[in-house]
Design a protein around this ligand. Structure first.
Ligand code: MN
Length: 734
């Protein structure tokens, strides 16, 4: 570079820095400016001579990230300084964490340290490492949520400036962005940044699709503007008459979300009807905000017919991201449905800035939704028993899912993801409550635990001391929190059962004059076609290996020669141990989706899954379902580009498969009979009640219960217990 060029570049750096101070959302004090200035100087020094792929001086990157942090996200001076310093420790060995702390204090140092740690997480990662990294990243939320926010800003700027990168790198970064960063930005309430990340993600993963849509959107811009004008014309007079101070704007849908609609609904661009929404933003003091929103609602619906099923009142119950607004879909001009979003200026700021605006407007001691969310997340993270991929999948579901609001019997409001069940509710109250859930009442009526909750439901959880989580609960639990708690409890319980089973086995073998030792255990593992000794003990514990089966084994023992041959034949073909720590089952059947359907499938040749591997199904266009390992090298791109074609899949042990059956009961109707029956059913572990119906006719009671059980012994035991109930006369299996 010539001297003139260097001078020119320095002038540009100075200019970029001045702009940074100008665009700050928060008002900066003298000290703030001093802090930012010092951070800038250290960053300039540390990155001196470094250049980005594009050839640009490196320092432009931290300045740009700081700008996003200062203006789009609107964070404080501490964060702006940390953003300027975010790559210093990583890129220049002359600066350590201690240096940063000495120069800028503990908070800035801690944030920079968090950011450095995230960067150092392995960069070439498969899905499971990726997921593990993600979890580690979330753990840093514990230190300071600003770490994640600055990381998101860093990612946004990298995505904005990816053009000079190699194509495969672009794709990798883009798919990671769609997989992790966009959902996170959404959850933190950074809607604009989330949208930009998604659009950029699409741009680099499916460039043709992106460019095609971009063009079409630009072409239809004039038409949209004129539509908004037509819409406004109809209502401005009425709004003005009420003396309202407002602005009407068109809000185009993002390219990514239009793309999602096209794919999901199988339509073309022209057929996507809600490509934009109308936004009415009004001025108001805090006291009259809600009142004015409904006033505007009333005026809009005086002129346009509303669709009553599409009314969303996020003012009375804000989303857990803090989002507030009134949404209504009306039949607008040209007989087209159009969404109208009514927001005060304050609500609009929260929607655009998320976190920062949230704190700016924080009223009194109102519980902070973001803090609550972080607390909950922390808890889910602490139980590190779940594997990371499952965790992230679950976590992402929670990120994007729609929310419902339900009440406790005392009227306390809880927000849960759509599709949540009483189990989720129980765990959201307290782990102890969740663990002891016996049943639930919704709006005063007893419901099965699989019952899907709706907004507005009042939910009461019935608990009992003798209850423990069972495997079926995993079919109903949808929140990460409930699932991880249930899983760790099941794991612990399985171990307990196995220990007990070992003692039972020792006793039973003694009667058969066989010693329980390594040799006999190995023989039995082979005889019952199991994988590990723990499998064996567990099965004895739950009763699937009973006395007659043990006798079979004893007699087969007399022909040792045969079993020796059998073992020799079986051994080489046996699949490798899946997870020695876990009590593995004999995975021999693959099932898909929540319903655990058996479908035709092929194992993919790119990663060659074997039974027991964590896998997922991928719906191919010409070749049916292909099954891949969760850590298949192609998994990430499939997950992020074709999430809608992914099917959950898991290996099950067909010998442990559940079967459904119906039990008929009759007897004399008396008070508390129904309650006694449900109590018996729910206290029988491993029995899952699907539905229940009762009738009484002149004091004679009859009932039908549909249950799902693992084996016949459990059913017998259940029937015996039901017969013992006072008033019950007959119990039969249909
Ligand atoms: Mn960076």
């Amino acid at each position: 570079m010539t001297e003139v060029e260097i001078e020119k570049e320095n002038a540009e750096i100075a200019k970029a820095y001045k702009e940074l101070l100008k665009v700050s959302y928060q008002t900066l004090s003298k000290e703030d400016k001093k802090l930012i200035r010092e951070a800038f100087e250290v960053a300039v020094d540390a990155h001196n001579g470094q250049r980005r792929k594009s050839g640009e001086a490196y320092i432009f990157h931290p300045i740009a990230v700081a700008k996003i942090v200062a203006s789009e996200i609107g964070l404080d001076a501490t964060s702006i300084a940390a953003a300027l310093l975010h790559d210093v420790v990583e890129d220049n060995p002359d600066y350590t964490k201690d240096d940063i702390e000495r120069l800028f204090g503990e908070t800035v140092a801690r944030i920079v340290d968090g950011l450095t740690k995230i960067s150092s997480l392995s960069k070439d990662a498969d899905v499971s490492t990726q997921a593990e990294n993600f979890r580690k990243m979330l753990l840093t939320l514990n230190d300071d949520v600003r770490v994640i926010i600055i990381k998101i800003a860093d990612r946004l700027h990298n995505m904005q400036t990816m053009d000079s990168m190699r194509k495969d790198k672009q794709e990798k970064i883009a798919s990671e962005t769609l997989y992790i960063y966009a959902p996170l930005a959404h959850r933190i309430g950074l809607y604009n940044i989330k949208t930009e990340l998604e659009d950029l993600g699409l741009k680099y993963t499916e460039p043709e699709v992106y460019n095609d849509l971009l063009e079409k959107i630009q072409d239809s811009k004039a038409e949209q503007d004129s539509y908004i004008k037509d819409f406004s014309k109809v209502i401005v007079d009425s709004l003005d008459k009420e003396g309202l101070n407002y602005e009407i704007k068109g809000r185009p849908k993002s390219i990514y979300s239009i793309r999602k609609k096209i794919v999901k609904q199988g339509v073309n661009f022209e057929e996507v009807y809600d490509k934009f929404a109308v936004r009415i933003i009004y001025k108001s003091d805090f006291k009259n905000e809600k009142f004015l929103a409904w006033k505007i609602y009333s005026i809009v619906t005086d002129h346009f017919r509303p669709n009553p099923t599409r009314l969303r009142d996020w003012i009375s119950s804000p989303k857990s991201t803090g989002y507030e607004a009134l949404h209504i879909t009306v039949m607008g001009p040209k007989s087209r449905w159009v969404e109208v979003q009514i927001r005060s200026e304050r609500m609009n700021e929260i929607a655009e800035k998320g976190y920062a605006a949230h704190y700016k407007y924080k009223q009194g001691n109102a519980e902070d939704a973001l803090d609550t969310w972080i607390d909950k997340l922390q808890e889910a993270l602490e139980s590190n028993e779940t594997n990371a991929v499952d965790f992230v999948e679950q976590f992402k579901l929670n990120l994007y899912s729609k929310e419902i609001f339900v009440f406790s019997p005392k009227g306390q409001l809880k927000s849960l993801p759509k599709g949540a069940t009483p189990i989720d509710f129980a765990f959201s109250i307290h782990t102890e409550v969740g663990m002891k859930t016996k049943g639930a009442k919704v709006n005063g009526k007893l419901v099965p635990l699989s019952h899907e909750l709706n907004s507005g439901d009042q939910v009461e959880i019935l608990t009992a001391e003798n209850i423990k989580p069972n495997r079926n609960w995993l079919d109903y639990a949808t929140t990460a929190r409930a699932r991880s708690k249930i899983k760790s409890s099941l794991k612990a319980e399985k171990k307990d059962v196995a220990e007990e089973g070992k003692e039972i086995l020792r006793r039973k073998l003694k009667q058969l004059k066989i010693l329980l030792d390594e040799k006999s255990v190995n023989e039995m593992v082979n005889h019952f076609k199991l994988k590990t000794s723990l499998d064996l003990f567990y099965r004895v514990g739950i009763g699937t290996i009973d006395n007659s089966m043990l006798k079979d084994y004893a007699s087969s023992r007399s022909n040792m020669f045969m079993s020796y041959i059998k073992n020799r034949i079986r051994k080489p073909t046996a699949a490798p141990d899946i997870d020695k720590d876990e009590i593995t089952s004999k995975y021999d059947q693959l099932v898909f989706g929540k319903e655990e359907e058996k479908l035709d499938y092929k194992l993919s040749t790119c990663c060659n899954p074997i039974p027991g591997d964590p896998v997922f199904g991928f719906l191919t266009i010409n070749d049916g379902i292909k099954v891949h390992k969760k850590n298949c090298p192609n998994a990430l791109s499939m997950q992020s580009n074709y999430a809608y074609r992914i099917m959950q899949a898991k290996w099950i042990d067909s010998t442990q498969q559940e079967f459904a059956t119906q039990i008929k009961l009759s007897g004399i109707d008396n008070l508390g009979l129904v309650n006694n029956i449900t109590e018996v059913i729910s206290s029988n572990m491993h029995v899952n009640m699907k539905s229940i119906s009762f009738e009484t006719d002149d004091g004679v009671f009859s009932g039908k219960i549909n249950v799902v059980v693992n084996n016949i012994n459990m059913l017998k035991k259940l029937i015996d217990n039901l017969k013992k109930i006072n008033g019950i006369d007959k119990v039969t299996r249909v």
